[in-house]
Design a protein around this ligand. Structure first.
Ligand SMILES: Nc1ncnc2c1ncn2[C@@H]1O[C@H](COP(=O)(O)OP(=O)(O)O)[C@@H](O)[C@H]1O
Ligand SMILES: [Mg+2]
Length: 264
């Protein structure tokens, strides 16, 4: 039951897209999956739920009792096997400096809930503030998302630094789950240069495959559907990429390779 935090201090690089794509890939494999939406923008919540949630992770963190997160978890509208701990805008106050939020609050609120799942994915806000520190403290692995642009290397460096700081401070078992490169376009020279740079700096960390830029992503989000459900060539190759990445990111090796369990 690995808990995987998905982070980057930059907005708009695809954290939520990656979190949702990996979540559906896990669900389609028959893995019991939980998405924890820790971003006050609540983008993942909006896509995964077709109704406003009664309780959110904001209530959960305010309460703070061990295991209280279970009370706010609801089934997603995508189908069996995928639950959500939703977010809301009011969560923003926990990301301000001096909010007094303790780093271990999310970990404690999740308590033994994680044991109900094969994988837990945490969608982080676009900053390395209090909320992301809470995610990293609750996680076993931290995955960084980046675009193959000018700031990719610097961004990855900062995220890896944050992971090290949290590991030393509050979570000795935290591991780096790798770097996911999103919105890659094969025929753009700049993209290839940036990927090369990243691979040179972090030979073991840049995960394969690279996630391609696909307009199907926005179409899927706009209709509240997983990208995996759009059956066209564009959607198919990014879906296949998510299926490979969920194995890399979760570290789960299935014995006997039964393949997808078909819970569509
Ligand atoms: N691989 C992709 N191809 C095309 N559009 C993408 C891709 N990944 C993300 N996007 C788009 O980029 C925007 C930001 O993505 P999002 O996942 O919300 O980023 P973040 O969570 O890091 O802020 C969204 O409009 C999304 O549809
Ligand atoms: Mg997001």
């Amino acid at each position: 039951m690995p808990v995987v935090a998905i982070l980057s201090q930059k907005g708009g690089v695809g954290k939520t897209t990656v979190c949702l794509g990996l979540a559906e890939a896990a669900r389609l494999r028959g893995w019991r999956t939980l998405v924890v939406d820790l971003d006050p923008q609540a983008n993942a919540t909006d896509v995964l739920l077709d109704h406003p949630p009664e309780l959110t992770v904001n209530d959960v963190l305010a309460d703070g009792r061990p295991g209280v997160a279970a009370q706010a978890v609801v089934p997603s509208s995508w189908g069996d096997g995928l639950d959500v701990l939703p977010s809301e805008q009011a969560l923003e106050h926990r990301n301000r400096e001096g909010s007094g939020a303790s780093a271990t609050r999310l970990r404690s609120a999740l308590g033994t809930l994680r044991e109900n799942y094969d994988v837990v994915l945490i969608d982080c806000p676009p900053s390395i503030g209090e909320l992301t520190v809470n995610a990293l403290t609750a996680a076993d692995r931290a995955v960084t998302v980046t675009e193959p642009g000018f700031f990719a290397l610097r961004g990855a460096e900062q995220a890896l630094q944050a992971i090290t700081v949290v590991r030393d401070a509050t979570n000795l078992s935290l591991r780096t789950g790798g770097i996911i490169v999103n919105r890659y376009r094969r025929n753009v020279r700049e993209h290839n240069q940036r990927v090369q740079e990243l691979r040179a700096a972090y030979p073991d960390l840049v995960l394969r495959p690279l996630l391609p830029e696909r307009s199907a992503v926005a179409v899927a989000h706009g209709s509240g559907l997983p990208i995996q459900r759009l059956r066209n060539r564009q959607a198919n190759d990014i879906s296949a990429a998510f299926d490979e990445l969920i194995r890399a990111v979760s570290g789960i090796r299935e014995s006997g390779q039964t393949g997808q369990k078909g819970v569509r």
